[in-house]
Write a protein that binds this ligand. Structure first.
Ligand SMILES: Cc1cc2nc3c(=O)[nH]c(=O)nc-3n(C[C@H](O)[C@H](O)[C@H](O)COP(=O)(O)OP(=O)(O)OC[C@H]3O[C@@H](n4cnc5c(N)ncnc54)[C@H](O)[C@@H]3O)c2cc1C
Length: 270
């Protein structure tokens, strides 16, 4: 059971950061993961008074405050227009609407959970985290960093021109995913992100030739199959109660192939 001795509504990020340096204190997101833990928390630090529950859009980027909920991500028209619904597709099977009204992007990304749909989809974009002390770090780098006592203030997504698809497989609706897959292409790069392997999401790159062809919508079925096979073979999978290692590897191939086919159909329209 989670036990909290004292609740502090932070008045500034500096105050929250200072409090969070003590190991027994703890930042609160939506508390959905936290409440499942067996932990004695001295001071629970609430960031909800700091105006970090907003998605701001500028010419170049989306700036998503850490207290933004998964439901707000799901329903944000401009963000989903830009990413072609990939964010909505990634979060809409996470438990239920009431749950997504509470779970935050800060808690989801800071946790770097193996099963995370949220980490998978944002890794497929040119995205960054803004850490209070650590500054702006590419999400790809942050995903590999060891957990510390910093505060994730925002997730920043560059609005480059990019086609993107998100797919995941679940044994039953609302369960944790068996495998997650987000693929994006643009004129410069092609990212394939696979999560719930069951380890946390990894990002690989499409070969130059296939990326160019998919971006232009002229890739053949055979080329996409080969590329999916080649990338899936580089993704390390393992077994857990939801699925075996071999099944996950086969799924990785199938989901990558399907995303490439869908992106190829979109290709050439830009
Ligand atoms: C039953 C259940 C099913 C789930 N299913 C899925 C699923 O299918 N797919 C999926 O992607 N996710 C799933 N999740 C995870 C969920 O979507 C959230 O990612 C998770 O609950 C964490 O978000 P939160 O806002 O609740 O964070 P909290 O539980 O409040 O915090 C999580 C951790 O992050 C820290 N933290 C929170 N915010 C910050 C911050 N801004 N800076 C620094 N540290 C911070 C906290 O101290 C804590 O250690 C599931 C969770 C549960 C409990």
């Amino acid at each position: 059971m989670l036990k909290i001795k004292e609740y502090v509504k932070a008045e500034s990020l500096e105050q929250a950061y200072e409090l969070n340096q003590k190991r027994t204190n703890c930042i609160l997101g939506g508390m959905l993961w936290l409440k499942m833990s067996n932990r004695n928390v001295q001071k629970a630090i609430d960031l909800s008074g700091l105006g970090l529950n907003q998605i701001e859009e500028t010419e170049e980027e989306f700036r998503i405050g850490c207290m933004t909920t998964l439901r707000e991500l799901e329903c944000h028209e401009r963000l989903n227009q830009w990413c072609e619904g990939a964010v909505k597709d990634a979060v809409s099977d996470i438990v239920g609407v009431q749950f997504r009204n509470l779970a935050t992007i800060g808690g989801s990304i800071f946790g770097r959970y193996g099963f995370s749909d949220v980490l998978t989809v944002f890794l497929a974009m040119d995205s960054y985290v803004e850490l209070y002390k650590g500054g702006i770090v590419p999400l790809q780098e942050f995903a590999q960093m060891k957990r510390d006592n910093d505060i994730l203030v925002r997730v920043i997504v560059k609005k480059d021109q990019r086609n993107m698809i998100y797919l995941a497989h679940r044994n039953s609706k609302t369960d944790f995913p068996v495998l997650t897959c987000a693929v994006s292409v643009n004129a410069e790069n092609g990212y394939v992100c696979i999560g719930a392997r069951p380890q946390k999401a990894v990002r690989l790159e499409l070969t130059e030739v296939v990326r160019e062809k998919v971006w232009s919508g002229v890739c053949t079925e055979e080329e996409m199959k080969k590329e999916a096979e080649c990338i899936a073979s580089q993704v390390k999978t393992d077994s857990n109660m939801r699925a075996g290692k071999e099944y996950r590897s086969r799924l990785a191939y199938v989901l990558i192939r399907r995303t490439l086919e869908a992106l190829n159909t979109k290709g050439g329209d830009q």
